[in-house]
Structures are given as C-alpha cells and as structure tokens.
Write a protein that binds this ligand. Structure first.
Ligand code: HEC
Ligand code: HEC
Ligand code: HEC
Ligand code: HEC
Ligand code: HEC
Ligand code: HEC
Length: 351
C-alpha cells in the first residue's frame, strides 16, 4: 500500500471510531489517577500573587502618575501616526508591532496590527512580565544593527531609541558615492524617512561623496546618547524626562540644558556655540536646497523631490543628504561635523 493511501485509510478508520464512539452508551467513570507533580509557580514570580511587589510600582508615591503625565505630553503619545499599522510601518509606529519585531528580529510584522497603540510604557519597559520592579528594564539593551548600513550601534540606553529612530532602506537604492550613477526616482518622498537621528548621532547612513568625514565629540562622549539629552531632569511636562523632548521651540532658551551643563559648564558660551552651529547648518541646507531646486529636482514649497525623472551623477545622493539633515531636526547638534561635511560635499558635487 502506498504511504498516502495508507494514511487515508488510517484517517478514515480513526474518524469512524471517533464518530461511532458518540453513539454507544457511556461506560462507568474510572478511578482517579495519582496526584501529578507540583507545577511551576505561576506569575507573578517568586513572591506569589501577593501585592507587596505590585506596591513597589503601584503606590501613593505617584511614580507612575508622574511618568504617565510626562508621556502624555510627548510626541510618542500625541504624534498621532500610530495609525500607520500596516506590516512595514507598524514595527516602529505601533507598540505591539515593535514588540513583535524585537521578538522575531524581522523588519515587518506578520499581519497588520489591530487596535494599534503608540509607543507607551509597555513598548519600552518589560511591564508585567514578572510583576516585580525588574520590569522597569528596557525592552532593548543589545546593540542595534542599522537596517540601512548594517553598522552595529551600541549607545547603551540609547539603543532602544535607535531601534526606531533610523532610516528605512530606500527603493531604488542609492548609487556608490565614489562614482555616482543614475537613479530613477518615482516617489516624491524619496529620502531616509523621518527620524534618522540614530544614524546621524553615530555618523552613519549619509551619502558620503568626497572626503573629510568625521564625527563630533558628542558621538564619543555622551553616554547613553539620546537618553542623556532627551530624558534629562524634566522641565514641567514640556521637556526632559518622559516627554522625550530636549527643546520646546527654536531658540536657545527653549532647550532643556539640564543635561548639557554636565559638560558645557558655561551656558553663555554654549548659547553662542549652539547659535553658530545652527546658523551654519541652516545656511548650508538653504544653499543645497537652492541647487536642487535650480536643477528642477526639488519642490521648494513641499521640500520633496519632483519625481518621475532621472537623478544623474550625485543628484540622488545630494537629495538624500538634504532630506537626511532636515529630518534629523537637530540642526547640527547631534553630530555637527558629520552633518556639515555631508552638506558641503553635496553642494560641491552639484557644482
Ligand atoms: C515595574 C512596575 C510594576 C509592577 C511591579 C506592577 N505594575 Fe501594574 N502597571 C505598571 C505600569 C507602568 C502600568 C501602566 C500604567 C499606565 O499606562 O497608566 C501598569 C498597569 C496596571 C494596571 C492597569 C491595567 C493595565 O494592565 O494596564 C493594573 C490593573 C495593574 N497594573 C496591576 C498590577 C498588579 C496586580 C501588580 C502585581 C501583581 C502589578 N500591576 C505590578 C507597572 C507595574
Ligand atoms: C517603537 C519605536 C520607537 C522607540 C523605541 C522610540 N521612538 Fe521616538 N518616536 C517614534 C515615532 C514613530 C515617533 C513619531 C510619532 C508620531 O508622529 O506619531 C517618535 C517621536 C519622537 C519624538 C518627537 C519628535 C517630533 O518631531 O516631535 C522624540 C523627541 C522622540 N521620539 C525621542 C525618542 C527617544 C529619546 C527614544 C528613546 C528613549 C525614543 N524616541 C524611542 C518611534 C520610537
Ligand atoms: C520610548 C521609550 C519609553 C517609554 C514609552 C516609557 N519609558 Fe520609562 N524609561 C525609558 C528609559 C530609556 C528610561 C531610563 C531613563 C534614564 O536612565 O535616565 C526610563 C525610566 C523609567 C523609570 C525609572 C526606572 C528605574 O529603573 O528607576 C520609570 C519609573 C519609568 N521609566 C516609567 C515609565 C512609565 C510609567 C511609562 C509609561 C507612561 C514609561 N516609562 C514609558 C524609556 C521609556
Ligand atoms: C524604522 C522605524 C520606522 C518605520 C519602519 C517607519 N517609520 Fe515612520 N517614523 C519613524 C520615526 C522615528 C518617526 C518620527 C521622526 C521625527 O519626528 O523626527 C516617523 C515619522 C513618520 C511620520 C510623521 C512625519 C512628520 O513629518 O511628522 C509619518 C507620516 C510616517 N512616519 C509614516 C510612515 C509610514 C507610512 C511607514 C511605513 C511605510 C513608516 N512611517 C515606517 C520611524 C519609522
Ligand atoms: C547632545 C544632546 C543630544 C543627544 C545625545 C541627542 N539629541 Fe536629539 N536633539 C537634541 C537637540 C538640542 C535637538 C533640537 C531640538 C529642537 O530644536 O527642537 C534634538 C532634536 C531631536 C529630535 C527632533 C525633536 C523635535 O522636537 O523636533 C529627535 C526626534 C531627536 N533629537 C532624537 C534623538 C535620538 C533618537 C537620539 C539618539 C540617537 C538623540 N536625539 C540624541 C539633543 C540631543
Ligand atoms: C557628555 C558631555 C556632553 C554633553 C552632555 C553635551 N555636550 Fe555638547 N559637546 C561636548 C564636547 C566635548 C564638545 C566638543 C567641544 C569642543 O570641540 O571644543 C561639544 C560640542 C557641542 C557643540 C558644538 C558642535 C560640535 O558638535 O562640535 C554644540 C552645539 C553642543 N555641544 C551642544 C550641546 C547641547 C545643546 C547639549 C545638551 C542638550 C550638549 N551639547 C550636551 C560634550 C557634551
């Protein structure tokens, strides 16, 4: 008998037994079996279901209330883009999608995320995994491999942030900056997606045309990167702590300098430095923008590419660098030297 035939016959017999057994009279109940081994203790952990561990977090200290209040004022809570719940967007834009991604190591979720939630306590902390204080641990502690370049980034507590604040892989790919090449851009949003800060801070992912690239001191000296500057002592619920904001506006005075002062002890000097750096980067951005607009590659109003045309030589790379520095949004503060060189060399490449 062929194996498949055997299988059908066997299954048929099993089904027959299954159905026919419903028909007969039920026999007497057998004797009780021996007591099984004691199972592993269930959650929450060693302390059992007592409330002593719960109270370490849920108490009248207002610990959670304070963080919730700050978080409610953060871009994570208010940004509103958690509706981007399809498989390739949900991995960063929804809490559930992110947790699925870090469990599988993939770059998409298996399915669209139902009931999508923005980044919240459960996204970044291991809340209610053991029901002890250990659950404040970060969901990401390991170094992060950048999707775009494959570089491995290790910025301590900032690894969590870099997991999402990085570029996606562009389609079509950029040419080799050593030679340039023709890229047919069909999407006006061609560029490193929003939130390229994790790459910028570490000096990765730019279109490195020309030479002379280096990183600012921040890359080397600011431990835990993002977390140090963005989660410094909270300033009301507008900056610092779980607002994740480092600034509330365009001016130096709007910056929460609680973290900066550990290294920049003279605030007057820091103000001059920040103003100079921002003016320099802003001017270079405008210079590059003008070149792209003059070549008919960029829409000056939307700041997006004019699609359905060939970008020749270093044009696609220059557009990339322009979007990259703009989307970094720190105007040079994350990594001044790297941002400046990308802009200068892009401008030179379009002469
Ligand atoms: C590590 C700290 C921590 C511990 C320990 C902890 N929780 Fe929570 N719990 C949280 C946080 C954070 C939230 C979410 C708060 C929010 O979003 O408003 C939460 C939310 C809750 C909620 C609201 C419903 C929900 O699931 O969001 C309940 C109920 C709750 N916890 C019960 C418990 C109980 C019972 C224990 C102990 C068995 C416990 N928690 C232990 C931190 C903790
Ligand atoms: C799960 C992915 C994810 C993680 C982890 C994450 N972010 Fe975000 N972040 C986002 C997304 C997505 C947005 C945009 C939210 C929106 O518009 O809906 C955002 C927005 C922000 C904003 C507001 C930006 C603006 O333009 O107003 C700041 C600041 C920020 N994140 C900092 C951080 C820091 C600091 C960390 C690490 C402590 C971090 N993020 C971790 C995905 C993430
Ligand atoms: C985007 C990621 C992110 C989100 C969302 C987030 N946290 Fe945090 N949280 C962090 C990071 C990173 C730290 C460490 C900060 C530091 O070391 O300065 C932290 C620290 C904490 C601490 C101090 C923990 C300790 O070990 O003492 C508490 C408490 C806390 N968070 C509560 C919350 C609560 C409650 C929520 C939800 C309202 C929340 N967090 C949402 C990233 C996040
Ligand atoms: C690798 C993580 C990641 C993926 C994947 C991702 N995003 Fe984002 N996205 C971010 C981050 C981080 C921000 C916030 C950046 C900031 O404010 O600086 C953001 C911001 C946005 C914004 C707000 C832009 C603005 O100017 O306010 C939109 C819209 C958006 N993303 C759409 C999408 C869509 C659509 C997809 C899927 C096709 C997607 N994103 C996939 C990380 C991601
Ligand atoms: C040396 C301090 C410092 C470090 C480290 C740092 N940032 Fe920033 N970041 C800033 C400043 C200052 C701004 C400008 C804020 C502004 O003008 O609104 C900024 C801007 C941003 C913005 C745009 C926020 C907005 O409201 O427009 C995001 C998002 C961001 N940073 C994320 C990150 C991430 C992710 C990391 C880690 C890879 C990081 N930052 C590391 C200081 C820092
Ligand atoms: C861990 C130390 C440390 C922290 C924290 C820090 N910086 Fe710096 N920063 C430096 C060092 C070191 C330099 C290089 C100084 C030099 O070259 O003379 C620098 C340089 C700068 C520059 C000049 C451009 C550059 O990168 O060379 C700016 C602007 C700046 N910092 C802004 C800030 C702001 C704003 C904050 C807080 C939000 C901050 N820094 C937090 C150490 C730090």
């Amino acid at each position: 008998m062929k194996f498949r035939t055997f299988l059908f016959v066997f299954l048929g017999f099993a089904l027959f037994l299954g159905f026919s057994s419903c028909e007969g009279d039920e026999g007497p109940v057998g004797p009780a079996g021996p007591t099984g081994e004691t199972g592993e203790q269930g959650l929450p952990g060693e302390q059992g279901w007592g409330t002593q561990d719960c109270a370490k977090c849920h108490s009248n200290s207002q610990l959670i209330t304070a963080k919730v209040f700050q978080w409610e004022h953060s871009g994570h809570a208010t940004g509103g883009h958690y509706d981007r719940n399809t498989t390739s967007c949900a991995v960063c834009h929804t809490s559930q999608g992110f947790l699925e991604r870090i469990a599988t190591g993939g770059q998409t979720t298996a399915e669209d995320i139902k009931d999508p939630l923005p980044q919240n306590c459960y996204t970044c902390h291991k809340i209610h995994q053991t029901y002890t204080e250990a659950d404040w641990a970060s969901t990401v502690t390991e170094p992060v491999t950048l999707w775009l370049t494959g570089d491995i980034i290790d910025v301590g507590k900032g690894n969590l942030c870099v997991s999402c604040h990085q570029a996606r892989i562009p389609s079509p790919a950029l040419p080799d900056p050593a030679t340039g090449g023709t890229v047919t851009i069909t999407n006006s949003r061609y560029g490193p997606h929003h939130g390229a800060q994790g790459m910028m801070f570490n000096g990765k992912g730019g279109y490195e045309v020309g030479t002379g690239y280096s990183n600012s001191a921040h890359t080397q000296f600011v431990e835990n990167a993002c977390v140090t500057c963005h989660m410094a002592t909270a300033k009301a619920a507008v900056a610092g702590g779980h607002t994740f904001n480092v600034s509330t506006g365009e001016e130096f005075a709007d910056i929460n300098t609680a973290a900066c002062v550990a290294c920049h002890t003279n605030l007057g000097e820091l103000e001059t430095t920040v103003d100079d750096v921002r003016a320099d980067i802003d001017n270079l951005v405008v210079e590059l923008e003008t070149k792209l607009v003059d070549r008919g590659l960029l829409n000056p109003t939307t700041k997006l590419a004019i699609p359905n045309q060939d970008f020749e030589g270093h044009e696609a790379g220059a557009l990339w660098n322009y979007q990259y520095v703009l989307e970094d949004k720190s105007r040079g503060i994350h990594n001044y030297k790297y941002a400046k060189k990308l802009l200068e060399n892009s401008i030179a490449a379009l002469q």
